[in-house]
Each structure stands twice: as C-alpha cells, then as structure tokens.
Design a protein around this ligand. Structure first.
Ligand code: NAD
Length: 358
C-alpha cells in the first residue's frame, strides 16, 4: 500500500534537531514502521500544481497524511483522482484543508490527532493577548533600534486585568484559553459557540455565553478566535462584524486565517477600530511576501503580533501528534477501532459537530 505524507521542509534545523518530527526530513518517525510492514512511504513538501508530488502520488495512495502547518489542499477535484484513497490523517488539529463534504461523498475517512496541540495553541493565545494589550512588539523593536522613549510605548499599553475577553468557539482550545486567563482577574470571560459548555465547566471558570455574535463582540475588549474553519465560519470576522467591535479592541486568531477577512482586518487595524491583530494562521500558507498582515499597523505604528504558523507545532506538540498519527495508522492497518474523538469524517458521514451545524 502507498502512504503519502505532505509535510513542511525542515532544512538544517530538522537535521540538527531530530525532535522536529513533523518535517520532510524526520517523516513523523513513521518510515521504519511502515516500510517494515511492506508499505511504500512517500514524503514530500511539494504540494502545489499538477506536477507536484502531492498530485502525482494522490492517484494511488491509500493513506494520506497532511499537516495544517503546510496544508496539502485536497479539493473535490483531487478526490475524483484519488482512486485508492481510504484514509486521511491530519497530523495535528484542523482538517479544513480537506474538502470534508467530498470525503463524506467518497467514503474516505478523515481523522485528526484531537487534543494533540491544544495546550500549545492556548498558551500562544494567552501570550498573543498579553503582547497586544501590553504593546510589547513596538517596545522590543524600539530597544533593538537603540531608542528609548517610554511614553511612545506607554501611551498604548494596558493591563489585562479588568478587561472583557471572549472566545469565538469554546471547544478544547477556547476553553483552555479562558481557563488560563482566570488568574488575570479579567472583568468577564465570555464565549460564543453554538454548543453550550457543560454547566459545571462554565461555572468552574465563570464563563458567560453570549448567543448573538454582534452582541458578543460589542462586549469584548479582546476577541480570540478558536473555532474550526468551515462553511459557517469562513469570513465570519468581516467588515460588517468589525463595526460591532468596541473601538480599539484587540483580536487574536490562531484558528484559521480565512475565518477573518484579510483586507477588512488590515483596514480595521489601520483605522484604529482594532488596536491589534495577532495570530499565526494565514488564508494562504506559506503567506506571500507581500501579504498585508505581515506589515499592517495601528495608527500608532504597533498592534501587529503575526508570526508563521507554529503555535501548534512546538516540539512537545510534535511528539504528541507524531505518536497520535502512528496510532491512527496502526488502528487502520490492524482493523482496530479508532478513538472516537479523533474521527472528523467516518464512513460516509460527519462524526463531529465542530465543523458546522448539520
Ligand atoms: P474543538 O473541536 O475542540 O472545538 C471547536 C469549537 O468551535 C466547538 O466547540 C464548536 O462547537 C465551535 N464552533 C464551530 N463552529 C462555530 C461557529 N460557527 N461559531 C462558534 N463556535 C463554533 O477544536 P479545537 O481543538 O479547540 O481546535 C479549534 C481549531 O483551532 C481547529 O479546528 C483548528 O482550525 C485550530 N487550530 C490551530 C492550531 C495552530 O497551530 N494554530 C493548532 C490546533 C488547532
């Protein structure tokens, strides 16, 4: 059987640091195992266009491994060509780069390593909230430049204490973000999600649900996006919604770039409607050199905390999602049941409610 993995290139870093498991070089630590079982294991970062390894090998691969950090976009068209495909495994969390409706139609299962990097991302969100609210990035840039003008930074630096923070999506990551904010004594912790938190979980962190999205954002000083990308969330944070944000709110998005409208966010930052935008996810990855989110700034020249997509690919996370990918494949090869929490699309149907209300 052919197993195809599309991973990101690790270069020298991956040769020097073997714990960079999710790279083309280190192959999720699966090579020996798969080859000892007599399977062919193709690993590449080449994923765009008809001549890419992705499109060349998808025609006869039975298992496809992809990662959200360097997404191989499995479109409905490619599903038509993928005659042998039975299983897609996302090494990580977030399978929006797979056309899930096409997977349902074609009877291809889609699994992810649920929970594998949710703490990694939640920590990054808390860091991003703090660096925006406290105006960290321009302060550090000033130091590197050799300047020292405290008032230029302090004029736009605040405490997180006493602010209202809300998450769009209160699943594994969103809930962990709110949990981690409890000791900061925020004024309120809010969430917007079509699935209410279990009562005891909401009570444990004193989180309040707001059911109308415009009403929700109008109450938040900080909004963090933690829902999957699907047809109900693509472009959810757009020019219309941004008008309902508090003037000067901060927005953190580590979920998926396409949940936020690229130009509307850049415009809101430029006008000061947003004081800051931070995150690690982009509508196209790798992001083009001239992507407006790389350099967008608020009127005071700060407010940009964007980084490449790495919050969920810390070395700790890589160990967990490499191990989880192997378990999923072992279960598949030995006909053992899969962990129910990992199944996004089962045979011919969605097994999760997180990718839209159906
Ligand atoms: P999860 O399934 O545990 O939780 C998702 C939550 O979002 C669910 O409670 C669901 O009901 C809610 N939701 C879905 N649609 C919604 C909508 N329209 N409005 C409000 N809420 C909605 O998933 P998770 O583990 O918390 O991960 C969430 C997402 O974070 C992933 O799908 C992925 O896109 C992203 N992620 C990013 C990274 C990274 O490295 N940046 C890593 C892991 C996950």
């Amino acid at each position: 059987m052919k197993v195809l993995a599309i991973l990101y290139k690790g270069g020298d870093a991956a040769k020097e640091e073997p714990r960079l498991l999710g790279t083309v070089e280190n192959k999720l630590n699966l090579r020996e195992y798969l080859e000892s079982q007599g399977h062919e294991y193709i690993v590449s970062d080449s994923k765009e266009g008809p001549d890419s390894d992705f499109q060349k090998h998808i025609v006869d691969a039975e298992i496809l491994i992809t990662t959200p950090f360097h997404p191989g976009y499995l479109t409905a068209d490619l599903f038509e060509k993928a005659k042998n495909l039975k299983l897609c495994v996302t090494a990580g969390v977030g399978s929006d780069h797979i056309d899930l409706n096409a997977a349902v139609k074609k009877g291809v299962q889609v699994l992810e390593v649920s929970g594998s990097n949710v703490v990694s991302v939640a920590e990054h969100v808390v860091m991003s909230i703090l660096l925006l609210v406290r105006n960290f990035v321009p302060a550090h840039e000033m130091i590197e430049r050799g300047d020292w003008q405290v008032s230029d930074i302090a004029r736009n630096a605040f405490d997180l204490e006493g602010k209202v923070v809300g998450t769009i999506g209160a699943g594994r990551i969103g809930y962990r973000v709110l949990q981690r904010l409890v000791p900061f004594d925020c004024k309120e912790l809010l969430y917007y999600d079509y699935a209410p938190l279990p009562e005891a979980a909401a009570r444990a962190i004193n989180a309040r649900r707001v059911q109308d999205l415009e009403d929700f954002v109008s109450q938040c000083d900080v909004v963090t996006v933690n829902c999957p990308l699907h047809e109900g969330t693509r472009g959810l944070v757009n020019a219309d919604l941004l008008k309902h944000f508090k003037k000067g709110a901060w927005l953190v998005n580590t979920a998926r770039g396409a949940i936020c409208d690229k130009d509307a966010v850049a415009e809101a930052l430029k006008s000061g409607q947003l004081s800051g935008y931070s995150g690690d996810v982009w509508n196209v990855q790798p992001a083009p050199k001239d992507h407006v989110w790389r350099t967008a700034k608020n009127p005071l020249g700060g407010g940009n905390g964007m980084v490449p997509h790495y919050s969920g690919t810390t070395l700790d996370a890589q160990a967990r999602y490499a191990g989880g990918t192997r378990s999923i494949i072992e279960n598949y090869l030995t006909n053992k049941p899969q962990d129910a929490g990992n199944i996004i699309v089962g045979l011919g149907k969605y097994e999760t409610k997180a990718y839209g209300q159906r």
